[in-house]
Ligand binder design. Structure first.
Ligand SMILES: Nc1ncnc2c1ncn2[C@@H]1O[C@H](COP(=O)(O)OP(=O)(O)OP(=O)(O)O)[C@@H](O)[C@H]1O
Length: 257
């Protein structure tokens, strides 16, 4: 492992009873890399992310995060999963400050950060609400705030913007880009949205049909001085989008184009 490898997935296989979900998957994400995983539905993307998060044990293989073998979830790896629930007995503010407390942040600083994220996510009015009082999209914003706010080195995101309306999604995507660029996060993000992957990631890995393994990889680099509008209108963006889309389609349909 080179010094800057942050996440190393080594020959991970996972079976559920007789069903093989993942087959000898390898993936390395270096410090500061933003890797997006795309692929057909049911190919094992979420399973892989759960294994990296330490929530699911692989049948074979090993995952290292920051050089240490992953055996359980840890605060070094911030997760936003589709089904990763908020704490129902805590308010929105308390949910966001929970990991801040766990990392020992002073209370005054916690309040500042919670306020900033409540505002950014449009949740200020719901600071004292409990999760059961929120819509699905609002819960997802709280989950994003909770993870972004405590600023872990590694972000593991499974369709993190899926339940959001288009406008909020763009705000959240840009906040993620800002966090990634300013703090050199290592991000692994699953998405079904090829545009989202091409806009955000610096590497896109395409998975095959189940049992999932990686079959194609694309390195992406946008000029960081461009606005979102300029990026999505650029020739290079359109070329990458087309190439990734064709690659995913090949996996979904089995047809080479
Ligand atoms: N705990 C489990 N027990 C049994 N089978 C499971 C379990 N978790 C996942 N699977 C199965 O493993 C396969 C891969 O599921 P996974 O959710 O990882 O796919 P995915 O690529 O994330 O799908 P999607 O894109 O639709 O979210 C599926 O066939 C799923 O039904």
């Amino acid at each position: 492992m080179s010094g800057s490898d942050k996440i190393v997935v080594e020959a991970i296989s996972k079976s559920f009873d007789e069903m093989r979900a993942l087959d000898e998957v390898n993936l390395t994400a270096k410090e500061g890399e933003f890797v997006s995983i795309v692929g057909p539905s049911g190919c094992g993307k979420s399973t892989l992310l759960y294994i990296i998060g330490g929530f699911v044990q692989p049948t074979h293989g090993v995952v290292r995060a920051g050089g240490k073998v992953v055996k359980a979830p840890g605060l070094d790896r911030g997760v936003v999963f589709q089904e990763y629930a908020l704490f129902p007995w805590l308010t929105v503010s308390q949910n966001i400050s929970y990991p801040l407390d766990r990392i020992g942040m002073p209370a005054a600083r916690q309040r500042e950060i919670v306020e900033r994220y409540l505002e950014l996510m449009g949740l200020t009015q719901f600071a004292n609400a409990f999760p059961r009082m929120l819509s699905g999209g609002m819960k997802q914003r709280v989950a994003l705030a909770r993870t972004f706010a405590y600023d872990p080195d590694i972000l593991l995101l499974d369709e993190p913007f899926g339940a959001l309306d288009a406008q909020t999604r763009e705000v959240m995507q840009d906040e993620l880009l800002r966090l990634w660029r300013t703090n050199r996060k290592t991000v692994i993000m699953i998405t079904h949205d090829v545009d989202e992957a091409v806009y955000l990631a610096n590497r896109i890995c395409v998975m095959s049909q189940r049992p999932g393994r990686f079959v194609a990889e694309f390195d992406i680099a946008h000029d960081t001085s461009l606005t979102r509008e300029q990026v999505v209108l650029s020739d290079s963006y359109r070329k990458w989008r087309n190439a990734v889309w064709l690659s995913v389609r090949e996996q979904v349909t089995g047809l080479k184009v």
